[in-house]
Design a protein around this ligand. Structure first.
Ligand code: FMN
Length: 203
């Protein structure tokens, strides 16, 4: 089990070009999206919406909006992770619905509501929502790696252009990350990482 997990970690890399002829089977794509759906999120608010881009026309538009990164035109499917904004306002129907799952006693619910309202005014909601989506992204990329599917996290984009291509309402969402999925065309390059002791300390 440990070995399998580490093998998938080693297999995953930021794939720079996919084999445009190979398509991901639907069951595998759903498996990947399920890993995103099941991800943890702050206050259980599930900050994400996953938009699966499958048509070549839309993939080309995304490529243009992402400084012509060819991952987007060669992938089988690209998952755009839109981070919620408007829904996250304290007292919104969405927040109330999520909090109802967290607390079953009225006094606990009241405490969470107040805690959240205090938290909300101290943070940049957009940035917070974007980072929550990154957790779902990591899980999706790992799920893909487990079944031999490649990915590349794409943060290099003109967010307004991506929003326009997908007709996304800027009051409701901001694009967090785009994940093209597919099968590598070229061999994987060597992985560069700092040594264990450079990034880990025990106290
Ligand atoms: C938030 C984020 C945004 C990234 N954006 C891009 C991108 O726009 N294009 C790209 O080719 N790689 C992108 N990467 C991939 C990183 O460059 C890559 O993960 C890193 O260099 C380590 O290499 P590896 O993933 O192949 O091990 C991004 C990674 C993260 C986490």
């Amino acid at each position: 089990m440990k070995e399998d997990f580490l093998q998938a970690m080693q297999f995953r890399h930021a794939c720079k070009i996919f084999d445009a002829q190979r398509k991901i089977p639907d069951a595998d794509l759903r498996f990947i999206l399920e890993a995103g759906r099941l991800s943890p999120s702050s206050f259980g608010l599930e900050h994400w919406r996953f938009i699966v881009v499958r048509t070549q026309e839309l993939k080309e538009k995304l490529k243009e909006a992402c400084f012509n990164q060819v991952q987007l035109s060669t992938c089988s499917d690209a998952v755009v992770i839109a981070a919620k904004i408007e829904d996250l306002k304290p007292g919104s129907q969405y927040v109330e619905g999520r909090f109802a799952c967290l607390a079953d006693r009225p006094e606990v619910l009241a405490w969470i509501r107040q805690f959240y309202a205090d938290y909300y005014v101290k943070i940049s909601v957009e940035q917070w929502s974007i980072t929550q989506c990154h957790i779902a992204a990591a899980n999706m990329m790992m799920a893909a790696a487990v079944v031999g599917i490649d990915s590349c996290p794409i943060g290099g984009m003109s967010v307004p252009k991506v929003m326009e291509a997908l007709d996304l309402d800027g009051l409701k969402y901001v694009v967090s990350l785009i994940l093209p999925f597919g099968y590598r065309l070229n061999p994987q390059p060597q992985k560069h990482r700092l040594a264990f002791d450079e990034v880990v300390e025990f106290r």
